[in-house]
Design a protein around this ligand. Structure first.
Ligand SMILES: Cc1cc2nc3c(=O)[nH]c(=O)nc-3n(C[C@H](O)[C@H](O)[C@H](O)COP(=O)(O)OP(=O)(O)OC[C@H]3O[C@@H](n4cnc5c(N)ncnc54)[C@H](O)[C@@H]3O)c2cc1C
Length: 461
């Protein structure tokens, strides 16, 4: 876009390599759309950056002209932090190069790539990085928050495979961060989110995954199967990670019509090992009840990310928490709350943690919840503002019943929970250390559209 067609305050973006999409551009609506519905912000420009120099120029423009700055990789922020009303968006989706070194088992990945793109590219080499349960999530956002997914017990969090990264900081410098260079910043970006700069590339260690078994297992949900599912997930070998969604059965073609709307455990089962060991490890789940659907089978790991509908725009309220275990009274509570709600979709998602994730010391990265045993997300979908408040109240009451103590939170699943829960995401000394790093690298809080850590002197949090 030429300087003539840009407002004067954006003149400094003229002639850059990437595309500057302003409200008069025919693609403006397409590019400003984010994953979640109900987020309808109108940036002054969405800049589809293609290189580090582009990133630097947008940062300088935002700083010098006083624009609010949003950073977007995959656009899956649950609260729309990746867009802004009237500000500038650094949109990294055109920076999605994946450079794999199969001999060294490492890869440099530009952060605009999606989890699916990376997983597919690695699949050809029998290698993997553990991302989350959605293939369209951006590498940038999920990695900076921590990354809890299908391989968490076998290979740890996504950040546990991070070797180095390139970051453009608020003053426009490009810095390489790793264990030796800028170690505080390297520590902070592994769990501290987008608070410290624009991360343009990440170097990952790649995990060998020659054999994999996985897929969806659907069981009837009763208090007994819920407690059994949680217990089986906890006692499983660490090659096995599960995500159990207790929810009304969706009208999916793989489920018989008479089941639609009935409470089920729609579970993702992921076993990182050989076929026979997989069969043994999955047997206790299959024995919990006659499966309604069993699509768990050997195959490539990338099959865990089936094609997604690009027009899917859910509107939901949610709350995340950690718990120690699910006992029968908690399982009854889960069953009761979900049975009584009339939200079109409502869910309690159970994720058993442990294994490789728990072996990393709590202070090695900014994700300090290493010894938490289990993560639960509760969520309800809504249509319109009036219903949102009803669903929000239900989610709060349900979450409070399951976990009366505020015992921590995973930053990647926080919504608009507020400052107290950001504190919960960063327990002990973690938040103070993050605030010190923030003060050093972003003293004016230019990067504030995130679960924000304010630059503060030590002890201020
Ligand atoms: C359907 C769905 C499923 C999910 N499942 C999982 C899961 O299984 N496990 C899990 O751990 N999380 C999961 N999440 C949460 C997800 O990891 C976070 O919402 C994450 O921030 C999304 O990353 P993104 O790049 O797609 O989002 P964006 O909206 O593009 O980015 C979110 C925020 O991250 C920061 N950010 C993103 N990229 C960069 C960058 N390159 N440099 C600096 N800052 C950046 C910015 O602050 C930005 O506002 C899920 C979210 C959704 C919507």
């Amino acid at each position: 876009m030429s300087a003539d067609t840009l407002p004067p305050s954006l003149n400094s973006l003229a002639g850059m390599a990437g595309r500057v999409v302003t409200p008069d551009d025919p693609d403006y609506d397409k590019y400003r759309t984010v994953f979640y519905g109900g987020i309808d912000k109108r940036p002054s420009a969405i800049v589809r950056v293609t290189n580090v120099d582009d990133v630097r120029r947008v940062i300088a423009t935002a700083r010098n002209e006083g624009y609010e700055l949003a950073v977007r990789s995959g656009g899956h922020s649950v609260v729309g932090h990746c867009t802004t009303d009237g500000g500038l968006v650094i949109d990294l989706r055109d920076m999605s190069k994946i450079d794999i070194d199969p001999d060294a088992c490492t890869a440099w990945v530009e952060t605009g790539a999606t989890a699916h793109q990376v997983t597919e590219a690695l699949s050809q080499h029998g290698l993997a990085i553990g991302f989350g349960d959605s293939g369209s999530v951006g590498v940038g956002g999920i990695t900076l928050g921590g990354g809890i997914g299908f391989l968490v017990r076998k290979f740890g969090l996504t950040i546990d495979s991070v070797l180095a990264a390139e970051v453009v900081t608020a003053d426009g410098r490009q810095v390489l961060v790793d264990a030796e260079h800028e170690p505080d910043l390297f520590w902070a970006i592994r769990g501290g989110g987008g608070n410290f700069g624009v991360v343009t590339r990440i170097q990952f260690r790649l995990n060998p995954l020659p054999h994999f078994t996985g897929g969806i297992l659907v069981l009837p949900a009763t208090p007994e199967t819920i407690v059994g599912f949680a217990a089986a997930s906890m006692s499983a070998p660490e090659e096995l990670s599960t995500i159990g969604n207790v929810m009304p059965a969706p009208p999916a073609p793989f489920l018989p019509a008479e089941v639609h709307g009935r409470l089920v455990i729609l579970a993702f089962i992921a076993f990182a090992g050989d076929d026979e060991a997989a069969t043994r490890a999955i047997a206790p789940f299959r024995a919990l009840a006659t499966p309604i659907a069993d699509m768990v089978k050997p195959g490539p790991y990338v099959a865990m990310y089936p094609p997604e509908d690009p027009n899917y725009r859910p509107t939901a309220v949610a709350r995340t928490m950690f718990v120690d275990a699910v006992d029968i009274s908690m399982a009854r509570m889960i069953h009761d709350y979900l049975s009584k709600s009339d939200a079109t979709m409502r869910v309690a998602q159970l994720r058993v943690l442990g294994g490789a994730m728990a072996r990393v010391p709590a202070d090695a990265t900014a994700f300090a919840h290493r010894t938490q045993r289990m993560l639960i997300n509760v969520a309800a979908f809504y249509q319109g503002d009036a219903e949102r408040e009803v669903r929000r109240a239900w989610v709060s009451e349900f979450a409070e019943a399951l976990q009366p103590r505020d015992d921590g939170a995973y930053v990647g699943f926080l919504t608009d929970d507020g400052q107290a829960r950001i504190r919960s995401a960063y327990p002990g000394a973690t938040l103070d250390r993050l605030a010190r790093v923030k003060l050093a690298y972003d003293p004016t809080n230019l990067f504030r559209l995130n679960q924000n850590i304010s630059p503060a002197s030590p002890g201020a949090h």
